[in-house]
Design a protein around this ligand. Sequence first.
Ligand SMILES: Cc1cc2nc3c(=O)[nH]c(=O)nc-3n(C[C@H](O)[C@H](O)[C@H](O)COP(=O)(O)OP(=O)(O)OC[C@H]3O[C@@H](n4cnc5c(N)ncnc54)[C@H](O)[C@@H]3O)c2cc1C
Length: 529
Amino acid sequence: MARDGVDVLVVGGGATGAGAALDAAARGVRVGLVEQRDYASGTSSRSSKMFHGGLRYLEHLDFGLVREALRERNLMLNTLCPHLVTPVSFIYPLEHRFWERLYVGAGVFLYEILARMASSPLPWHQHLGRRRLRSVAPALDAFGGIRYWDAVVDDARHTMTIARTAAAHGALLANSARVVGAGTNRNGQIEAAHVVDLERGVQITIPTRVIVNATGVWTDDIERLAGEHRVDVRASKGIHLLVPRDRIDAEAGILLRTRVSVLFVIPWGSHWIVGTTDTPWSLSRAHPAASRTDIEYLLRWVNTALRSPIGVSDIVGVYAGLRPLLKGETDETSKLSREHAVHDRGNGMISVAGGKYTTYRVMASDAIDATSPYLGSLPASTTSEIPLIGSTARSEDRLRCRYGTFAGEIEKLSATDPEYARPVVGDAPYLNAELRYAVTHEGALHLDDVLTRRTRLSIETRHRGLDAVKPTARIMGGVLGWDRVTFDREIDHYQARVRAELDSQSQPDDRTADAARMGAPDVRTGINE
Ligand SMILES: Cc1cc2nc3c(=O)[nH]c(=O)nc-3n(C[C@H](O)[C@H](O)[C@H](O)COP(=O)(O)OP(=O)(O)OC[C@H]3O[C@@H](n4cnc5c(N)ncnc54)[C@H](O)[C@@H]3O)c2cc1C
């Protein structure tokens, strides 16, 4: 990238940035992407993991937003990456006999009409009476419910797959590469980005005509590199808990109303994901911390609907993420806009912010459309017709759901050595071959990348991935050539991170939780934010 330069440099390797790199590459633009940590290490690995239209936005009469997101959901289910997306049903339990069934039923019906206008492959909703509810979801204490369908995805794996697809179309990608400055010519037009390679500790200059700023909650920082920031992004924290599947007896997910928003219980392999919260956050953006108060809030609300309550001892994993919300006229983050905006500063810096994961592709194509004043007219976006690499029909096979047509590569590796065919730990399904593949094909550089995003050992096991630390380090170190010092440093870092997270989860509020989480340094040296 530094030698020949690019026409567009995308900053940020979340879903939006990876999508922008793919969109540009597919239009024949010479594009690069730099990510300061790991692909999806920001919000894009910490969402509720749903591709959905957002039933609750219908109440705000945001029909356009819901229709657009449903169209994108269906595109992913039908064409772009069916192997990665799981259709799931949710039950809305009813507390009031007549008016609630009528009101919620009408909303769900409208949701499905909007979805069917865009080729929804999912079934129609069902009304459940008391007896039927008891058989579908014995855990629920309600006298009826409405069951409707949406979809779930492993967000970190999906983002990494978009990034790999972008690379397959010619985009140049680098992680551990942090943008620290923007070079401009005499007229103030962007002509380069200054980037620090955090693995080698050297700064390089990448010539570029346009910077696409897709940095989520860091948007204002990158804008400031080119002058006064003009996009105002606020961070809103949302946390999730993982509990074992057998702790909530139900064959479908659950959607509950809270006082300010909604709460989901989402089927996730052998676990449920319970979330989320929605509170303003102004502390560490790299490592947002869940406090004891956040955890108690979720437990309190979910237990209002369950016959047999869940408690702290049922929690296997916890994670927190930050919504990049466009600042509006209200201070309540749950009411800030979920729509996205593209802002062209007029000097080659284009910021794309807000939105939802589900609509990343639309955000990406809008951002690349906005580069044409600098690059000349561009062909229209084609990403609605480009399946992600490995894309194939959905299957019940675990490896095919994760790797699609590349599952054979994991199987081939497993066949070369019985050690590769074994799971890395006894309480999770990930094979040693998958850990190796994460390094050789999926860009993982640190233990944290593999334990937190290529696999989900950090949230799916009670030991939070600690039992997998040494075997994973041995496999990664073997490929990356780690010496003893690096091997020990990686392990120390991961252990310190888990200790700090557990400590933060016992703290009473955001400030004390953040202070506890900040006790563990970032493995990619030199960044605190
Ligand atoms: C709790 C929660 C639940 C959610 N649930 C859903 C859901 O179920 N469905 C849905 O559709 N949406 C959901 N969302 C929203 C969705 O997750 C986000 O809108 C989306 O992930 C944002 O992606 P992004 O690429 O814009 O930002 P990010 O994923 O944050 O990516 C920005 C990237 O920029 C990088 N970066 C920052 N500064 C620099 C720099 N100087 N140099 C290089 N790189 C840099 C960061 O490291 C980061 O990786 C949820 C969000 C939250 C917080």
